[in-house]
Design a protein around this ligand. Structure first.
Ligand code: NAD
Length: 255
């Protein structure tokens, strides 16, 4: 099968909607065997067997990235059915809205568990197979709201996404001599279902959308397709000299 990811197997977390779903379709289109996972069985079901523009049919599995036992079990199942993976895209994450004073210890733990600890669990489960195979590409989802930029009302979110950059660099440093690359991406504001929910939660959603757009120097929100190109690049051998980096793709937010 032709395509920039031909012959590769990829696993994606939070692939039921938004950027994770876009990545599942883009990776399949480029010839990868994709394992799309999400905690939401309903949105995931829509992807099962989908072969985007002649790509390979996508396989799906319900997976809660907070459930270490389920993650380890899935790593075994995937290795048994399609062999160890070549590409891991840790996409799952949650945006908590608010300042430090709005963030309870429960909010803090939830955000760090979903945005950071999940990457530790999932990478720990799939990395041994990648090492056995002799290499692979790990892509972690960070954000512009991280150590790159402080944004209002993104206290714990920004802290978690900065941690993702550190986690990415640490993994890259440990496995650079064993063929494992580990990078992260930092999107600006992307029009996904959860952004829509966040906008609708404001008293004036029309103004809230305008405010989100105003943060973007290009004068528009990003689309999922604006982000998938760099994900395919990082997943493919085209980026084989790149590791330990944060790739901003943000419509000019960090100019
Ligand atoms: P989204 O927020 O619309 O969807 C998130 C998905 O995660 C859903 O399908 C949900 O079911 C899944 N999920 C939630 N909890 C889970 C769990 N415990 N286990 C497995 N899956 C779970 O998608 P999005 O907006 O594309 O965000 C995806 C990632 O991109 C997140 O890490 C987010 O922080 C990051 N990001 C998003 C934007 C943006 O503007 N949308 C910008 C920068 C970074």
């Amino acid at each position: 099968m032709a395509g920039r990811l031909a012959g590769k197997t990829a696993l994606i977390t939070a692939a039921g909607q938004g950027i994770g779903r876009g990545a599942a379709l883009a990776f399949a289109r480029e010839g990868a065997q994709v394992w799309a996972t999400d905690v939401n069985a309903k949105t995931l079901a829509e992807l099962e067997g989908k072969d985007a523009v002649g790509g390979r049919p996508i396989r799906t599995r319900v997976l809660d990235v907070l459930d270490e036992a389920a993650i380890n079990k899935l790593a075994e199942e995937v290795a048994h059915l399609t062999g160890p993976i070549d590409i891991l895209f840790n996409c799952a994450g949650f945006v908590h809205h608010g300042t430090i004073l709005d963030c309870t210890p429960k909010d803090w733990d939830f955000s760090f568990n979903l945005n950071v600890k999940s990457m530790y669990f999932v990478t720990r489960a799939f990395l041994p197979g990648m090492l056995k195979k002799g290499g692979g590409s790990i892509i972690n989802m960070s954000s512009i709201a991280s150590s790159l930029k402080g944004l209002p009302n993104r206290f714990v979110y920004g802290a978690t996404k900065a941690a993702v950059i550190g986690l990415t660099k640490a993994i890259a440093a440990d496995y650079v001599k064993q063929g494992i690359r580990c990078n992260c991406v930092g999107p600006g504001t992307v029009d996904t279902p959860s952004l829509g929910e966040r906008i609708n939660a404001f008293a004036d959603p029309v103004q809230a959308r305008k405010d989100f757009v105003a943060r973007q120097p290009m004068g528009r929100l990003g689309s999922v397709e604006d982000i998938t190109g760099i994900l395919v690049f990082l997943a493919s051998d085209e980026s084989k000299f790149a590791t330990g980096n944060m790739y901003s793709i943000d419509g000019g937010m960090t100019i």
